[in-house]
Design a protein around this ligand. Structure first.
Ligand code: CAA
Length: 257
C-alpha cells in the first residue's frame, strides 16, 4: 500500500517506491523516512518481492534532509531525537535496492542513494553533499560512504566545497553504476531489477551480504562519529544562520560562533 509520502507499485517481483514530496524536492522529513523504512522492512519479509527500485521524480530524487524540520533544533534536541540512527535499518534490508536517480540528489538524498546497492542516474542528475553551505556536515553517512567511493582527496573537495557534481563525474568515481538518458532511468533500473529477480533469491541475498561485508569494520565507528559531529553543530550560531538564510532565500553570514 502507498503511504502519504511513498508511492508503491508492484511490477512482477519488483517493488517500485517513489519518494513523493514534490513541492519540497522530496526533502526527507521524519514521516517520509519512517514510511520508507517501514515499507522496505515489509518488502524484506514479502516472498513475492525480490528487488526494489527506489526513485523520485524528474526534478529530484531528494534534495536532502528537511532543513525546515531541524533549523531551530539544539544539540540536545538532535542528540536526544537521534533521528538519523533509524537510517541504519535501511542497511539491514536484505533484498537489493536500486536507486533510480533524476534531478537533484543532494545531502541526505545523496546519502540515501548511497545506502542503496546500485545507482542508475539520468544524464541530468545532480549529486552533492552541500551541507557545508548551511553550516553543518553530512550526517547520514556521506563523509564515510562518499570517501570510500571517491577516495580522500576527491571526497574532501566535494564535502568541503559542497559543489554539485553531475552523473558522469559520479560514475567516474564509481558511485554511479550507469548513466542513461533521463527519460530511461526507471526503465533501465527495472530491467536490472527484473534480471536480479530472476536469480536464486538466496544466492542474491548472500551475494549482497558478502559484498557489503567488504565495507564493514570501521564504517560503524565512522558513522557513529559522523552522526555525533552532525548533532554537535546544532550548538553553533552558524548552523542557525545557515539554515535560516536558506529558508529566507539569502546568503548566509558566518561568524565562526
Ligand atoms: N529541506 C527543506 N526544503 C527544501 C529542501 C530541503 N533540503 N530543498 C528544497 N526545499 C524546498 C525549498 O525551500 C522550496 O520551498 P518553497 O517553495 O516553500 O520556498 C522548494 O523546496 C523548491 O526549492 P528551491 O526554490 O530552492 O528550488 P531551486 O530550483 O531554486 O533550488 C536546490 C534547488 C539547489 C536543490 C535548493 O533547493 C537547495 O539548495 N536545497 C537544499 C539542498 C541542501 O542543502 N541539502 C542538504 C540538507 S541537510 C542534510 O541533508 C543533512 C544530512 O546529511 C542528513
Amino acid at each position: 500500500m502507498s503511504t502519504e509520502f511513498i508511492l508503491k507499485q508492484i511490477d512482477g517481483a519488483v517493488a517500485v517506491l517513489r519518494l513523493n514530496r514534490p513541492d519540497v524536492l522530496n526533502a526527507l522529513n521524519i514521516p517520509l523516512m519512517d514510511q520508507l523504512i517501514g515499507m522496505l522492512e515489509a518488502i524484506d519479509t514479502d516472498p513475492g518481492v525480490r528487488c526494489v527500485v527506489l526513485t523520485g521524480n524528474d526534478r529530484a530524487f531528494a534534495a536532502g534532509a528537511d532543513i525546515k524540520e531541524m533549523a531551530e533544533a539544539s544539540v540536545v534536541d538532535m542528540y536526544e531525537r537521534n533521528n538519523l540512527a533509524r537510517w541504519e535499518r535501511i542497511k539491514k534490508v536484505r533484498k537489493p535496492i536500486i536507486a533510480a536517480v533524476n534531478g537533484f540528489c543532494l545531502g541526505g538524498g545523496c546519502e540515501l542513494a548511497m545506502h542503496c546497492d546500485m545507482i542508475i542516474a539520468g544524464e541530468g542528475a545532480q549529486f552533492g553533499q552541500p551541507e557545508i553551505n548551511i553550516g553543518v556536515i553530512p550526517g547520514a553517512g556521506g563523509t564515510q560512504r562518499l570517501t570510500r567511493e571517491a577516495g580522500k582527496f576527491r571526497a574532501m573537495e566535494l564535502i568541503l566545497t559542497g559543489r554539485f557534481f553531475g552523473a558522469k563525474e559520479a560514475a567516474s568515481i564509481g558511485m554511479v553504476t550507469r548513466v542513461v538518458p533521463d527519460a530511461l532511468v526507471v526503465e533501465e533500473s527495472m530491467k536490472i531489477a527484473k534480471d536480479i529477480a530472476s536469480k536464486s533469491p538466496m544466492a542474491v541475498r548472500f551475494a549482497k551480504e558478502a559484498v557489503l561485508k567488504a565495507f564493514d569494520g570501521t564504517l560503524a565507528d565512522g558513522l557513529d562519529y559522523e552522526r555525533k559531529m552532525f548533532y554537535m553543530l546544532f550548538g553553533t550560531e552558524d548552523q542557525k544562520e545557515g539554515m535560516k538564510a536558506f529558508i529566507e532565500k539569502r546568503k548566509a553570514n558566518y561568524t565562526g560562533k
